[in-house]
Design a protein. Structure first.
Length: 202
């Protein structure tokens, strides 16, 4: 049992949550925007339909990690923890390759993000998390696929495009603190795990 939450019964309950992960649940977390408009509703539906089961499981685990750390939001650090907690997807394999593990990352996120005074019932997505999810869709499209897998979420977490005004996200701060070069990590995911041939500069 790691961190007090990885048990057989808990994992089974999370699997059940993934099977009933609905549009309403996604939008309650903040969807892709804090503003409810027809366009944002369509974008939220499109995102939800594209997420693989492992990607949905990652979001469920990210929520659980936020609660475990007594945080009232789901930030990029929690998404990173969700990828590690899921444990079996392409992103988890890539993260293990660059020596990122659940316990150390959980401690790092806890050091960066202050605990809340009172834990609320719902932890919405932060603007940076919504930006990362948006970027994950762009990453998937750039690779010519219609689905959003854990690998696309990881690529988005590593991307400069997910930054707000050039500032590092919590996940990126954790990477840097662990000695991970963001661009080199992206290359590992693209080349070693997705088989992309990168064109070198002349």
């Amino acid at each position: 049992m790691k961190g007090g939450i990885t048990t057989t019964s808990f994992y089974a309950s999370v699997r059940l949550k993934v099977t009933i992960f609905t549009y309403e649940a996604f939008m309650r977390l903040g969807g892709l925007s804090s503003q409810v408009t027809n366009r944002n509703i369509e974008r939220g539906l499109d995102m939800l339909e594209r997420l693989t089961d492992r990607a949905r499981l990652t979001i469920v685990f990210a929520q659980q990690e936020a609660k475990l750390l007594v945080h009232n939001h789901v930030g990029t650090g929690h998404l990173l923890l969700g990828l590690l907690h899921e444990g079996e997807g392409t992103a988890a394999e890539a993260l293990h390759r660059i020596r990122m593990n659940l316990d150390d990352v959980r401690e790092a996120v806890g050091d960066i993000v202050p605990r809340a005074d009172i834990l609320t019932a719902h932890a919405p997505f932060t603007p940076n998390t919504r930006r990362v999810l948006d970027c994950s869709l762009a990453e998937a499209k750039a690779l010519g696929v219609e689905y959003i897998g854990t690998e696309h979420i990881l690529l988005a977490l590593l991307s400069e495009e997910s930054r707000d005004g050039g500032l590092e996200t919590t996940a990126q701060k954790v990477f840097v603190a662990r000695g991970v070069n963001l661009e080199a990590a992206r290359e590992i995911v693209l080349v070693d795990f997705l088989g992309v041939e990168l064109v070198g500069e002349d």
